[in-house]
Structures are given as structure tokens and as C-alpha cells.
Design a protein around this ligand. Structure first.
Ligand SMILES: [Zn+2]
Ligand SMILES: [Zn+2]
Length: 190
């Protein structure tokens, strides 16, 4: 009966003593299975160690993954750029909306004739404004010739029955005796 040479049999299964030795196909198969089984994180660590220790492995990996890595980097770059452009667009849009809102809020003006607020942006319509061209004078304190009353709106609004308009003789609460379009207030020279 022939003796089995165990030493000879085990040589092929052992890991090669030198890095240049060929690896037994069964060991390679085990390694391939291990690669499929081990967690991805462990594989990444192993791969990193491998390329740091073995220049030829690094070269091989570079050839295998180089294009992929480049494409991936390019893709990430494009995504980042697109994200920045989108953000800039959104900021620009928000700024425009704010500006529009400010402009929409602005057009209220106080009419210098009737003292009412009106939308300065809308089109002016004839007869939209009713006003008295004269002055409201306190009936108890008659106006002297050439005298003007400034800032009596407070009392006029409180006691309109005490006032008479110099233009039409009606009392302080009477609707304007003239019509016009609303006028933008301008500072009156005193
Ligand atoms: Zn009047
Ligand atoms: Zn008016």
C-alpha cells in the first residue's frame, strides 16, 4: 500500500511563501468566495491595504476603477454645480418676488385734494375725487381777509358742524363741491 505524502498534498493548499509564487486555484476560489461574503466595509479596508502594500495591485486597480472613479467624480461635480445653480436661481426668484411685493405694496398715495388714500398705479378716472377747493372755516371764528387756516383737519373731523366751506358755504361734513382726478400730494409752499 502506497503511503500518502501529506507534505506534498498540503503544498498546493498553503498560501505561497513568496509573493511571486503562483497561488493554487483552490485557494484562489476560497478567496473569491470570501470577497463575495465579507462585509463591504471590510473589503474596502482590505483593498486599501492591498494597494498601499502592492504597487502592481494598485496599478491593476487603477486600470480597473480609474475610469469609473473619474466618471463618478465628474458626476458628483456636475450634481454639485447643478445644486449651486438651482440655489442661485431660487435666491434670484425669491429676490424678484420680494421686489414685486414691495412694488405692489407701494402705490398707495394720499390725494392732496380730498386727503383720501388711492392706488397711484391704477389709471386715473375723471370725477373719482370729490373735494372742496376752498377752506373750512370755524363759524365762531370768522376768517380775516387774506388769512389761511393750516392744519385744521383735526377739529374739522371732530366738529364738522362747526365749519363752513368758503367755496360752497356748506358745512364741514358736506361732500366735495368739485370733482377731479386724485392728485399726488406735493409739499405746499407756505
Ligand atoms: Zn365746497
Ligand atoms: Zn382725491
Amino acid at each position: 500500500m502506497e503511503n500518502i505524502d501529506l507534505t506534498k498534498l498540503q503544498i498546493g493548499q498553503d498560501a505561497p511563501k513568496s509573493t511571486s509564487d503562483p497561488i493554487d486555484h483552490r485557494v484562489l476560489a476560497q478567496l473569491c468566495r470570501a470577497i463575495h461574503i465579507v462585509p463591504e466595509a471590510s473589503l474596502r479596508i482590505a483593498m486599501t491595504q492591498l494597494i498601499l502594500q502592492d504597487t502592481s495591485a494598485a496599478h491593476t486597480l487603477l486600470q480597473l476603477l480609474g475610469t469609473d472613479a473619474k466618471t463618478q467624480e465628474k458626476k458628483l461635480d456636475q450634481e454639485k454645480k447643478a445644486g449651486q445653480e438651482k440655489k442661485a436661481d431660487q435666491e434670484k426668484k425669491a429676490e424678484q418676488e420680494k421686489k414685486q411685493a414691495r412694488e405692489n405694496a407701494l402705490p398707495e398715495e394720499t390725494c392732496s385734494l380730498c386727503k383720501k388714500k388711492y392706488d397711484a398705479k391704477s389709471q386715473r378716472v375723471a370725477d373719482e375725487c370729490r373735494y372742496h377747493p376752498g377752506q373750512a372755516v370755524d363759524v365762531d371764528i370768522p376768517l380775516q381777509p387774506g388769512e389761511f387756516i393750516v392744519g385744521n383737519d383735526y377739529y374739522l373731523n371732530l366738529y364738522p358742524e362747526d365749519y363752513r366751506w368758503t367755496c360752497c358755504g356748506k358745512d364741514g361734513a358736506a361732500e366735495g363741491c368739485r370733482t377731479s382726478t386724485h392728485m399726488k400730494a406735493t409739499r405746499r409752499a407756505i
